[in-house]
Design a protein around this ligand. Sequence first.
Ligand code: AMP
Ligand code: MG
Length: 343
Amino acid sequence: MHTEQNKIFQRNIKPDKGSRDSLIYTLGIESTAHTFGVGISENDKIIANERDTLKPTSGGIIPREAAMHHFKLAPEIIKRALDKSGLKLKDIDLFAFSQGPGIIPALKVGAQVSTFLSNKYKKKLIGVNHCIAHLEIARLYTKLKDPVMLYVSGGNTQIITYYNGTYIVFGETQDIGIGNLIDKIGRRMDIPFPAGPKIEELAKKSKNYIQMPYSIKGMDVSFSGIETFVSKLIGHQSVEDISFSLQETVFSMLIEASERAMSYCLKDSLIITGGVAANKRINEMGAKMCKARNAEFKQIPMEFAGDNGAMIAYTGYLMKEYKQEDLRIKPKFRTDTVEIKYR
Ligand code: AMP
Ligand code: MG
């Protein structure tokens, strides 16, 4: 075992609270999709969170372009995070990266940059599941110990609960992620990526609900039928009415499934995390449902809703004692395949 690795473990076993030496500084890199993010944690405290998101002027995210964006910006974002934290690379005790799920060329950038840094500075490298990182940062900031978690992002939509050493996916999308649906509809209405904030703004200007397919299948949801249906409305109905009806429909589906998960698993709190958690309406619906069943709902800070490096650093810190043999990227990395040893 590396001596540096030993040092981390010793520090962890015998924390010397008074000095900076007893603290573990983790630098986490996020690069699964559109965002290159670098976060730094001091034990379980976030001290830097810098990022840049690729925003194509037309069309969606092209994998190769995302990778080029990340490679080009990596040095600058790392420097910005270090400057914010007041640290130098040599002060970092642990490097972490988003191992998956995600787009292969984009994932490779985070893996390569963090592998290079961990080798150069001879520090341990931890591969983090991106979805679990979204959950852990949400738990950190809401202080809810054992909530049902509705994870809503560009590529992922899952309802997750913790049980016996694993995060169990209780329900999920059978096709595309909710953010992806919103972005696709947005693109057809000439709204550039990411369309979520603009659709939210348009939705506020309408109260006219257009009936749409409500596709919930047991605990799972499906969005592709809604995508086809809504696409046909464009040009015939106002963008405000479409945005309002789309939000009301898909958010209701997800809150309904989340409520069932809470009831079934006897959990009395809910958090919503992922990029779509930046939306006020989905949080309002979550809060209302929780109030009705006497459960607790806490909104996560906007800064940590979308993809970010801080969540990777913090989850890397939680996983500091893991012994991982396979540090290759995992484009289809599932939330429920990770053994959770730190809870
Ligand atoms: P993530 O992949 O977790 O970074 O989430 C990105 C997704 O969040 C994109 O599909 C965005 O369109 C979506 N998003 C961001 N802000 C909002 C919002 N206010 N309302 C709905 N979706 C949003
Ligand atoms: Mg994400």
